[in-house]
Structures are given as structure tokens and as C-alpha cells.
Design a protein around this ligand. Structure first.
Ligand SMILES: [Zn+2]
Length: 334
């Protein structure tokens, strides 16, 4: 398996993670995460196309990143070596904040892991969507080798195509995250959350907190990218689109009214900002996210949804089969 990834990541301009360099206990953690990614990939495939196989491996990087590719007909997902470290860094710092003081000691570890898993799963499901929803095949048809989350990779497709596929992948990851956190609740119901947002809101709130923080790490401006110079929507715009997708999935699953779910996830984003600022001892700054929620964010979202109508029929024929979670249902008033 390692030889396969040495070659595959080499072709993608990346370096496969050398497991031998990791301390034994860290190695065990990385392998456990990998097993869960592979399990999710096959669980997803199992209900739609059981014969379909995706190879998942780690590449070396100092940033949380992911990539998806199709090489010689083999679907591949790469997760950066930095991703499993989020749990011990960012999420442990978050759980140590006074906000979580009501969590008993014996549930602390479970709480850190739960938040870390939310972020990691989101990232993995995002990459899974690039494969499963036909994005990598669409790119391969245009002569592009892979999708990387941190850099623009080609001028063969337009950035509007890329940004729209990113929205689709985030929509898929958000919907899958919602379903997952409805089944695997946060280990402790927090009165600090449920006293304000209502009973049973802990998991949805903290799921959004984890995803918000994953993008907050990039510390980016809303940047509406009117000239489409970038391959990805800016992180605050992605946080906004994800909030909408979580709320849409809450409605679709029959769990909650969309408006109620949206107000919970938006409150969660602000909670995430407060926790982030407190843990890093920096001023709270939700300006970028608030701007993304404003009128320019509305226009940006509509633009991507309009393009989605053009792109989707081309992707549908490239999907790996099965019923896919639709992109969020947002009324398009234009
Ligand atoms: Zn992506």
C-alpha cells in the first residue's frame, strides 16, 4: 500500500507520509483514522456501488489539506499529515476553555475526539464528494490531474467551475456530517448551549463549531472574488454555504425546521469564533463571516447555484452511481 502511495502522490507532486518516522503511538492514531476513512468510503460505496473502491492515504504537509484524483482509473483520496494533529492542538485547546467546564473529567477525552472527528470527517467527506460526485472525472476529461484544496491547479477549467464543485463537495460533506452527528451525539449535553438554543441542540451546535474552526484556521477575509481568480470560495463564504447546507439537511431529514436549524448553526459559528479567540488570546473577529452572510454573500451564492444548473448535468453522467445527497436547496430568486 505504501509503495502505491509513494508512486501515486509522486505523480500528484506530493510526498506520501512516511509512517516509519512517526512515534509508535502517533502511528497507531494515524492508522486508526485511516481505517475509519476507508470504512466510510466503503460504507458509502456499499449502499450505492459496493464494487467501487477508493484508496485513501496520507501525504506530507504542514497544513490541513486534502486532495482527490483519479489515476489510471483508480480513485484516490489524500489527506494531509497535519489533519490528525488538529485534535491534539486546536480541539484540545477549545475543550479546555471555561465554556466547557461542565463536562466531567472522564468525558473530556471523548469530547476532544468528537470535535476532532467532526472536522476530520468533514474534510474526508468533502474529498469523497470530489470523487463520488464525478468532479475528478470531469477534471480528468479536461486534462487536469487532481483537485488540491490549497492551490489552483489549472486554467483548463474556469474558476467558476471549480468554485461550484467546491460548493457541491461542501454541501455533500455538510449533509453527511449532519446525518453522522445525529447518530453519534457529543458525549455530554451542555446546559450552556441547550439553555439558550433549546433541548437536543448540543451536537448540531458543536458540529458546526468544529467545521467553523477548521476554516477559521485560514484567517481569511470574505473576499467575494468577483473576478473569479480563485479555485475555492473564500473560507468565510464556505462557512456560510456549509451553515446553509446543514440547515437544509436538518429539514430534509425531518429533524427540524430549516429556519430553526439555521439559527442554531449561525449561533454556533459565533460561539466558534468566541472559543477560538479565547483559546488563542486574540480579539474576537466575526467580521468576515458576518460579511459572508450579507448581501454580497447572497449574490455570490446565487451565482454558484446558477452555474450549478449548467454543471450538474455534465457531472451526473460521471458519478460513481447511486443516489447522491443533493446540493442545498436554496430558492433562487433571480
Ligand atoms: Zn475541494
Amino acid at each position: 500500500m505504501e509503495l502505491f502511495f509513494d508512486t501515486a502522490f509522486g505523480r500528484l507532486g506530493k510526498k506520501a507520509l512516511d509512517f516509519q518516522k512517526l512515534r509508535a503511538e502517533v502511528q497507531a492514531q494515524y492508522i486508526a483514522h485511516l481505517a475509519s476513512y476507508t470504512e466510510y468510503a466503503s460504507l458509502y460505496g456499499g449502499s450505492t456501488n459496493p464494487a467501487h473502491q477508493i484508496k485513501v492515504g496520507y501525504f506530507d504537509s504542514s497544513k490541513p489539506n486534502g486532495c482527490a484524483a483519479i489515476l489510471d482509473g483508480q480513485d484516490i483520496i489524500g489527506i494531509s499529515s497535519e489533519v490528525p494533529k488538529l485534535k491534539e492542538g486546536l480541539f484540545r485547546e477549545i475543550i479546555e476553555q471555561p465554556f466547557f467546564a461542565e463536562i466531567p473529567d472522564h468525558e473530556q477525552e471523548g469530547a476532544v475526539s468528537w470535535l476532532g472527528d467532526c472536522a476530520q470527517h468533514f474534510l474526508f467527506w468533502h474529498e469523497l464528494a470530489h470523487v463520488w460526485n464525478g468532479h475528478t472525472s470531469f477534471q480528468a476529461k479536461a486534462g487536469v490531474l487532481f483537485i488540491d484544496e490549497l492551490s489552483a491547479v489549472s486554467d483548463k477549467l474556469g474558476n467558476l467551475d471549480y468554485q461550484t464543485m467546491e460548493m457541491d463537495a461542501d454541501g455533500f460533506a455538510a449533509a453527511t456530517s449532519f446525518n453522522h452527528l445525529s447518530r453519534f451525539a457529543f458525549p455530554h449535553r451542555l446546559t450552556a448551549i441547550e439553555g439558550k438554543l433549546g433541548p437536543g441542540t448540543t451536537s448540531l451546535t458543536l458540529g458546526m463549531v468544529a467545521i467553523y474552526l477548521l476554516f477559521r484556521l485560514f484567517d481569511a477575509a470574505a473576499d467575494f472574488d468577483d473576478e473569479e481568480r480563485k479555485s475555492h470560495p473564500s473560507p468565510p463564504l464556505r462557512q456560510r454555504l456549509i451553515a446553509g447546507s446543514l440547515a437544509a439537511q436538518a429539514k430534509r431529514s425531518g429533524a427540524m425546521e430549516e429556519r430553526a436549524a439555521l439559527s442554531i448553526v449561525l449561533a454556533a459559528a459565533h460561539l466558534g469564533e468566541n472559543l477560538y479567540a479565547d483559546s488563542r488570546r486574540i480579539p474576537r473577529d466575526s467580521n468576515a463571516f458576518d460579511e459572508a452572510l450579507g448581501e454580497r454573500g447572497d449574490l455570490y451564492q446565487r451565482k454558484l447555484l446558477r452555474h450549478w444548473r449548467v454543471l450538474r448535468p455534465q457531472l451526473d453522467v460521471l458519478k460513481r452511481r447511486g443516489t447522491l445527497v443533493p446540493v442545498q436547496d436554496i430558492p433562487d430568486e433571480t
